[in-house]
Every structure is written in structure tokens, then in C-alpha cells.
Design a protein around this ligand. Structure first.
Ligand code: GYE
Length: 359
């Protein structure tokens, strides 16, 4: 009996010591600064649409460089690989993980109602970045930051209009094809409209509009087939620089020349973005005649929105980034669009030398 009691007491004592050790180590864990910092960090789930272009790489980089642990964030990054279904899956995962904010760069405008409603029901604010979502109820997202894509398109088209007028080129002598971006995405919709409206207003021959998915490979493929179909193309309007790189390859492989002498047999390349060195180099060489800028550096802008929300503020529902237009050709120095003047930045070797940034 006694012996049994001694054993029981010993077991109880041992359990007691073990339990104390556990609580002790748990208490220590809470004192661990890393664990504490992690619980204080803001968790952001970012659904990026893919990695189709240089613009997209810069955009991803900007987000990753902003939402760092040093800045007080835990970033969960998901690449949608151009598929809306992947993005929807990522958002549902973020909801399950109970992130503090969801940031969505949507591949296309439509089809988001259900999943955004789910995020709203879970009480998670959603910030839309870059492209827009087309939803009937604006309360399904907190705010949006990006570019005015139609204005970009208007700038590029007005540049062509001013150039043609200055050179005495008749509108009917402009035979333009449009290599569009991803169908149904905001930049495609806006940039396509910018050109189509200008073609109608000015009387240009807009021969074809074909999607090139914002990639170099597709840009090349589309241009090859357009060159086979139409002999008199003298302007190609590419809805981003990567498509322009592909189109230039196709034009040169077909034995034709890219450049601004469109009544002398050259094919003028007009493009969008202007975010990497190659695009700027091509512009200085006259291979790309004009680029309407599209700025991808949204990380700090999204962070400012989150900071405002954290302190009880209300960011603007829609915030547009200011953007320019670049050319190495000096024919057009200013554009007027809807009553506002936009100066053309004339790129020169001198102005670009010593610029070791990506643009
Ligand atoms: O112009 C293009 C990219 O949505 C603004 O997507 C963005 C566009 C950009 O792939 O290069």
C-alpha cells in the first residue's frame, strides 16, 4: 500500500514538474521577439495575375519589396498564371487563412462578384490593383489603384495624329493594325478604345485588331500572320512593349524595316509601358517610335492605402497614377487631350546615359 502511495506521489510530482516546465517554456515563447513581431505584422494575401511581361515583373517586385517583414508585413504571394480560376482559388485560400487584407491584380474585369462577396462576408478588405473589376456593387472592394488605360490609348493615338498632320500624311494613308492585350482586361479595353475612337474620328484605315496576350511570343506570331494577310500595314499599335518586341522580330524577319517613315515603306511601332531598358533602347534606335508610359510601381501606393485603413482613414475609391509619353522623334512635343496638355518626353542618348535604373 505504502509503496503504491510512494509511486503515485512520485508520478504526481513528476507530472507537476513536467507541466510547470511546459507552462514555463510557453511563457518564454511569448517573450520571443520573433513570435511577437509575427503576430503584430499585417498579413497581406496578394493574388498576382501572372508573369506575362516586363511590366508584370516590375509590379511583382514592387509589391514584394514593399510588403516585407521589416516593414511590418507578412506577404502571401500567389501567381495566377493568367487564369481567373487560379486567382479565385487564391482568394478563397486567403479567406481561410484569415489574412488582414487581400490585394487582387485581376487578369480580366468580369467574373469576380461571387468571390468578392465571400471576402466581404468574411470582413476582409480587398484592394484592387492595376486592372479593374467590373462589378455592379462597388462595395465588394475597398479601393482601386492603377492607370487610366483609355487615356494612355488616347495619348498614343493622338501622338500618331499629330505626327501624321505635321508630316502631311493623309489619314487614309494610315494603315494600322492593333495587337491587343489580354482580351477583357482593363488595359486591353482602354487602349483598344483609344485607337478605335481615334481611327474613326480621323479616318484612318484600322485593318485588324488581334489579341497578343501581352507576350513577346504571341506578339511575334500575330504580326507574322498579319503581315501575310495585309501587304500595306504601315503602323502597328502594340498594347505593350513585349508584344512590340515580338512584332519587331516578325517585321525584320519578313525583310521589312521598322521606323517612322511610314509613307516610305517603313512600319511604325507604337507601344505601351516603357518599363525596361530594351524598350528605351529600341526607342532611341527608332525601332519603337512612341511609348505611352504605364507605371507598375504600385507597392508603396497599396501600402499607403493599407496604412490609411489601419488608422481609420478612407482611401479614395479610385486612384489614378500620372503617366507620360516618350519618343525619340522630335516631331510632336505636346499633345492636347480633352483640354489637358501632355508634354512628350523626348528621349536622347544623353538624357538616358547614366540612368542605371530599369527605365
Ligand atoms: O501594360 C502589360 C501587362 O495590366 C497595365 O499588363 C498592365 C498591363 C501592362 O502585362 O505589359
Amino acid at each position: 500500500m505504502y509503496f503504491k502511495r510512494v509511486i503515485a506521489t512520485a508520478i504526481i510530482l513528476m507530472l507537476g514538474i513536467w507541466f510547470a516546465g511546459c507552462t514555463d517554456s510557453a511563457a518564454h515563447e511569448n517573450e520571443n521577439p520573433d513570435v511577437e513581431a509575427a503576430s503584430e505584422r499585417i498579413t497581406v494575401g496578394f493574388s498576382q495575375l501572372g508573369a506575362e511581361s516586363d511590366w508584370r515583373s516590375e509590379n511583382t517586385e514592387s509589391m514584394k519589396a514593399t510588403f516585407t517583414e521589416e516593414n511590418g508585413y507578412t506577404l502571401i504571394f500567389e501567381d495566377g498564371q493568367q487564369k481567373q480560376a487560379n486567382q479565385i482559388r487564391a482568394i478563397r485560400m486567403f479567406i481561410q487563412q484569415e489574412v488582414d487584407y487581400i490585394v487582387l491584380a485581376p487578369v480580366m474585369e468580369t467574373g469576380w462578384e461571387t468571390v468578392l462577396q465571400e471576402a466581404k462576408d468574411a470582413g476582409i478588405p480587398v484592394i484592387i490593383v492595376d486592372r479593374k473589376v467590373d462589378v455592379s456593387d462597388d462595395s465588394l472592394f475597398t479601393c482601386w489603384i492603377g492607370s487610366d488605360f483609355e487615356l494612355e490609348g488616347k495619348k498614343a493615338a493622338e501622338w500618331l495624329n499629330r505626327y501624321a498632320t505635321a508630316k502631311g500624311i493623309a489619314p487614309t494613308d494610315i494603315h494600322v493594325v492593333n495587337i491587343q492585350g489580354t482580351k477583357g482586361s482593363s488595359p486591353q479595353i482602354g487602349r483598344t478604345k483609344g485607337l478605335a475612337d481615334a481611327a474613326r474620328a480621323n479616318g484612318w484605315d484600322l485593318m485588324a485588331e488581334v489579341p497578343g496576350d501581352f507576350t513577346q511570343a504571341k506578339g511575334k506570331e500575330v504580326m507574322e500572320s498579319l503581315l501575310r494577310q495585309y501587304a500595306d500595314i504601315n503602323v502597328v499599335y502594340c498594347e505593350n512593349d513585349n508584344e512590340a518586341f515580338g512584332a519587331i522580330e516578325a517585321i525584320e524577319a519578313a525583310g521589312k524595316k521598322v521606323g517612322s517613315d511610314i509613307t516610305g515603306g517603313e512600319i511604325m511601332v507604337i507601344s505601351f509601358d516603357g518599363v525596361n531598358r530594351e524598350a528605351i533602347r529600341y526607342t532611341l534606335e527608332g525601332k519603337i517610335t512612341c511609348i505611352a508610359e504605364c507605371n507598375p510601381l504600385h507597392g508603396p501606393r497599396v501600402k499607403a492605402m493599407i496604412e490609411a485603413l489601419e488608422t481609420g482613414g478612407t482611401p479614395e475609391k479610385f486612384s489614378y497614377v500620372d503617366e507620360g509619353i516618350f519618343s525619340a522623334d522630335q516631331t510632336v512635343d505636346v499633345l492636347n487631350i480633352d483640354g489637358t496638355d501632355y508634354e512628350v518626353t523626348i528621349l536622347t542618348e544623353e538624357s538616358m546615359s547614366g540612368d542605371d535604373k530599369n527605365r
